[in-house]
Ligand binder design. Sequence first.
Ligand SMILES: Cc1cc2nc3c(=O)[nH]c(=O)nc-3n(C[C@H](O)[C@H](O)[C@H](O)COP(=O)(O)OP(=O)(O)OC[C@H]3O[C@@H](n4cnc5c(N)ncnc54)[C@H](O)[C@@H]3O)c2cc1C
Length: 262
Amino acid sequence: MVASITEFSRRLMIIRVVTKDWGLPEFIPGQFAVLGLPGSAPRCDWAEREDPPADPEKLIRKAYSIASSSRTHEYLEFYVSLVTDGALTPRLFALKIGDPIWLSPKVTGMFTLNDVPEGMNVALVATGTGLAPYMSMLSTEMRCGGLRRFAVLHGAYHSWDLGYRSELLNLQHLCHNLTYVATIDRPEDEPVPWTGPVGWVQHLWQKGVIAEAWGVKPGPENTHVFLCGINAMIDEMVALLGQEGFREHSRKQPGQIHVERY
Ligand SMILES: Cc1cc2nc3c(=O)[nH]c(=O)nc-3n(C[C@H](O)[C@H](O)[C@H](O)COP(=O)(O)OP(=O)(O)OC[C@H]3O[C@@H](n4cnc5c(N)ncnc54)[C@H](O)[C@@H]3O)c2cc1C
């Protein structure tokens, strides 16, 4: 059932889910669970209307990366954006605290820090809600002040789409081995002028913001890069990284680029 909802805007929220009669599934940070609601569940008013579902009791199920720490056994947290003509998200945005929601008993996914060798730094690049798996990784696996450097590059349309910004700014303040840089690409919409970087998140990489913060250039010999979010960013980053000698990672062919496409 839904334990809490934090809305950043009408299109972006953090939702926490608890289980009633069974324990929360175990998971590795970076993995995803499946959430589901029946077609009969109401849609939020600000989403587009849809034709009535053929079978209203059939569950609509979609994958969502877990944003909470795997050490938190109290709830699972998800960071969700509304797709106004979508099947599931308009129903998720109509939920209230205490409402029932289907949660997969199993959590899966290969997008984890498990295959990153010790001694390698980690660059986490996301657009929008692609930040979710990184929040779980950082809150579970980053040793604050440790030798492994972490960088989070986050891109969104507006400043109000930068969820988890205060947590990340606080973490950066406390942990000298974490760098956090956010960029927005529609500064003209900001009522309060945005003073941070403007443009796409891949431009942050090209500008060398990580090298500047770390004092060492991230390369395949010292860094693994994680990419999560929309395809356009992932494709462009994979091409950019390829030119710098990075290779996509798979269990058969180890590399330094890890990809999760939404
Ligand atoms: C491994 C994995 C993890 C994921 N984790 C998250 C997460 O943490 N948070 C999250 O918000 N989403 C996440 N997603 C995406 C999520 O599974 C759904 O696809 C998304 O929420 C849209 O669902 P929907 O039923 O509302 O829309 P659909 O009915 O699936 O889509 C309706 C239309 O919108 C388009 N569309 C689908 N998704 C998006 C999108 N994200 N942005 C813009 N247009 C879209 C579709 O192409 C289609 O045309 C993840 C996906 C995968 C595969």
